[in-house]
Design a protein around this ligand. Structure first.
Ligand code: HEM
Length: 205
């Protein structure tokens, strides 16, 4: 039902979806609220490192959660996972932007010359930068309007989310020096999510 251009959920299912999405929205903001609390209360020993790590980790988490929505839809037979996918993808981009801003502002103090050199020189930074650069057109074209304008090309463009996730995992893997357990877990989750898609596609053809 539409009143004055605003959509109101009418059925019970619509209302449940609206409540679920509102809760998801709040859940996506909780890591940021927690990080802000820890930094502002002076609990973080090295605040810049803490913010960089926290925003980087949550970018990866929301990215993988976005990729989990299609398999979840398939396994559950429910429509809601696909309706949450865009929000999760946009939150992944939001956290990636905070992560990049922390690096540019608090770590490099807007020293663009050094930033460009760093991106070219340190492989884990190169890969992280490639990931956020590829994420940007996905975030910009995530609206219904762009979906209509790009038609079939929208789906093709948004397949970039797969290399983005691979680059993101590689970025983390590359920067970890000793204990590879965490990056390995993210890599395994990504392999599972991409493997499930390949398996379903192979069974279809
Ligand atoms: C999709 C994009 C990205 C993702 C998913 C991501 C993810 C991560 C993760 C998970 C960490 C490690 C967190 C931890 O140690 O617990 C991290 C650290 C870091 N990232 Fe990113 N990142 C991305 C893009 C970038 C970009 C564009 C830059 C800079 C150009 C960058 C610079 C850094 C730096 C400097 C660190 C800290 C390294 C250290 O502690 O030695 N990242 N990132």
């Amino acid at each position: 039902m539409t009143t004055l251009g605003m959509k109101f959920p009418v059925s019970v299912a619509d209302r449940r979806l609206a409540v679920g999405k509102a809760l998801l929205f709040i859940a996506c903001l909780l890591p940021l609220a927690r990080a802000a609390w820890i930094v502002l209360s002076g609990e973080a020993v090295n605040p810049v490192e803490f913010i960089t790590r926290s925003t980087g980790t949550w970018t990866l988490v929301w990215l993988l959660a976005t990729l989990a929505m299609t398999p979840l839809r398939r396994l559950s037979g429910q429509g809601w996972p696909l309706k949450c996918r865009r929000m999760l993808g946009l939150f992944a981009f939001f956290y990636a932007s905070l992560h990049f801003t922390t690096y540019v502002w608090l770590d490099q103090f807007f020293d663009w010359q050094h930033i460009v050199k760093d991106i070219a020189k340190r492989p884990f930074i190169t890969v992280g930068f490639a990931a956020i650069a590829l994420m940007t057109p996905l975030a910009l074209t995530s609206t219904q309007g762009w979906m209509r304008r790009l038609k079939r090309n929208w789906g093709k463009l948004h397949r970039l989310v797969y290399p983005v996730a691979m680059l993101a995992v590689a970025h983390y893997w590359w920067l970890v020096k000793k204990d590879l357990t965490q990056p390995l877990l993210y890599a395994a989750a990504l392999a599972l999510l991409l493997g499930a898609r390949l398996w379903w596609r192979a069974r279809k053809s």
